[in-house]
Design a binder for this molecule. Structure first.
Ligand SMILES: [Ca+2]
Ligand SMILES: [Zn+2]
Length: 520
């Protein structure tokens, strides 16, 4: 990285222009007070060197669930527009479920090293020792805002206000409160009118408007289109009479509502003057990043972009996500094929923001800055390996699930096992739902979560005691197991997995990844 050089160069420019590098700061001591005081804008000299970031993470939307990815029913002109304006990481992996993805995104460290192996309390608690992306940005002068779904525990000391976000907004009822929700903004409760996601996007705009002096990082994590499924009627009507199930209708309606809201916030950025850059619009110095947080869910049987697998599976479609990065005038829109991941988000944003990563943190980061790829250059990480695991085992049974629903990615290859564990007491009663589903599918069941008839495909089981190997680019449906024909690759990747497990296991245990689940 040449961050130091860039920083010195910018500093020189500012000194020459008679300006201070140091903006008036905001205390992070009591972030729940939401105290981002408005300041008089600093006169702009050229493009401010720290861009703004609008980071949008949708919940439970599949990679295929936009028009630009070939969906046969969805009309998503705003997703498609952003797709066309973006560098698109098209071989981008997240975790197969929600909280683990969020833990890795916010820390640049694998979810297992954050102790986040489930979506349930307390295995969704982000490790207290973690340094988060908003903390690093805040130290470098950013206003940090969190809007929407957190899912890394709301317990005292774990919520967004304790993890580096100065301005926070969410709704009390979580995913179950779609209309007229009760919101909490910076500790204050209000009863709102309307659809929850519409209010979230409005809050994001309010946060962006709040302070004209600082660069900002707006983390907007929607609840849509996660279940329970509901949407305003105007979004539902177009999907009636198309032979869809009620779940599918509502799910697709939620995605189209998100599309409307995406258009709303893009229009706001396109049309609003940048208070830090006279004569320019906010959009010109704002990086928009859009991602989904795990594989497909309620739209699975409608369209999955040709992939095998859904949320909570280790198949290709379980963790491949869209990852759009747009900065007008800076990056040339195109598709990038290198294997990239949630782990790369923190190092990339920190580099773009000129936010130093402390020396003691650097060796812990597992991802790489995507900047060379955004800039259209190659990088030196084409041989990287990513380790994946569905996790979600019953607490106390981590060791028995080493080879259950686990995988390694390298380039286009996915080495994986989709197997139930060998413990007869791993049952739904103790939250062993994943293994129970695979056992049922192995015995011939056709229906499973998210699919009416296609469980043998999306929840398929690999042969006992063996790894399966797929080339996900040539074979996104994972139909041709290459393990027998490419034993050297299997040997190398499986040995890497064993080594990774041995290293990560004690850390994961120590940080709460196998802790007993609470009853709530
Ligand atoms: Ca999710
Ligand atoms: Zn099991």
């Amino acid at each position: 990285m040449n961050r130091l050089t860039d920083r010195c160069f910018v500093f020189d420019l500012l000194v020459l222009a008679g300006l201070s590098l140091f903006w008036p700061g905001t205390s992070c001591a009591e972030p729940s007070q939401g105290g981002i005081a408005a300041q008089a804008p600093i006169p702009a000299v050229g493009r401010p060197h720290q861009p703004n970031f609008l980071f949008i993470l949708t919940d439970d939307q599949g990679y295929g669930d936009i028009g630009a990815h070939g969906h046969p029913l969805l009309k998503t002109p705003n997703y498609d527009k952003l797709h066309d304006q973006s560098v698109r990481f098209d071989n981008f992996c997240v975790s197969p479920s929600c909280s683990p993805t969020r833990a890795a995104l916010l820390t640049g460290i694998h979810e297992f090293r954050n102790g986040v192996t489930h979506t349930l309390d307390p295995r969704e608690h982000l490790w207290k020792g973690a340094t988060t992306l908003p903390q690093l940005l805040e130290r470098s002068g950013y206003a940090t805002g969190f809007i929407g779904k957190w899912h890394l525990s709301d317990e005292r000391g774990y919520g967004p206000a304790s993890r580096g976000f100065q301005w926070c907004s969410t709704n009390v009822g979580g995913p179950r409160e779609h209309f007229d929700p009760v919101f909490v903004r910076n500790g204050k409760r209000t009863k709102e009118k309307g659809f929850r996601e519409d209010i979230f996007f409005g809050d994001a705009i309010d946060f962006i408007r709040l302070d004209g002096t600082k660069p900002w990082f707006c983390y907007l994590a929607t609840y849509s289109p996660h279940d329970p499924l509901a949407a305003p009627e105007e979004f539902i009507a177009p999907f009636r009479d198309k032979g869809l199930t009620e779940d599918q209708i509502l799910y697709l309606a939620m995605v189209e509502n998100l599309d409307m809201n995406l258009g709303r916030i893009m229009k706001f950025l396109d049309e609003t003057e940048d208070p830090r850059w006279s004569g320019h619009k906010l959009r010109e110095n704002t990086v928009i990043i859009l991602m989904n947080d795990n594989g497909a869910t309620w739209g699975l049987d409608v369209f999955n972009a040709g992939m095998r697998g859904c949320k909570c599976t280790i198949w290709h479609g379980g963790s491949r996500a869209m990852s759009f990065w747009s900065w007008p005038g800076k990056w040339t829109p195109r598709s990038v094929d290198q294997l990239t991941a949630h782990l790369d988000v923190l190092p990339t944003i920190c580099q773009l923001a000129d936010a130093p990563v402390p020396a003691e943190l650097q060796p812990q980061l597992e991802g790489y800055s995507l900047l060379p790829l955004l800039d259209g250059k190659g990088w030196s990480h084409d041989d990287r390996r990513l380790y994946q695991h569905v996790a979600r085992w019953p607490s106390g049974m981590a060791a028995d699930h080493k080879y259950a629903m686990a995988g390694v990615r390298q380039g286009d290859f996915l080495l994986m096992r989709s197997r139930p564990c060998d413990r007869p007491d791993c049952t739904p009663e103790v939250r062993g739902d994943q293994c129970a589903t695979l056992r049922a599918v192995e015995e011939g069941r056709k229906a499973a979560v998210y699919t009416q008839t296609n469980a043998p495909f999306h929840w398929g089981v690999t042969p006992p005691g063996q790894w399966a190997l797929y080339d996900t680019r040539k074979d996104p449906a994972c139909q041709t197991d290459l393990a027998a024909s490419d034993p050297d690759r299997v040997k190398a990747m499986s040995a890497a997995y064993d080594q990774w497990w041995d290293e990560v296991y004690p850390v994961m245990i120590e940080r709460g990844g196998d802790a007993p689940l609470t009853k709530k």
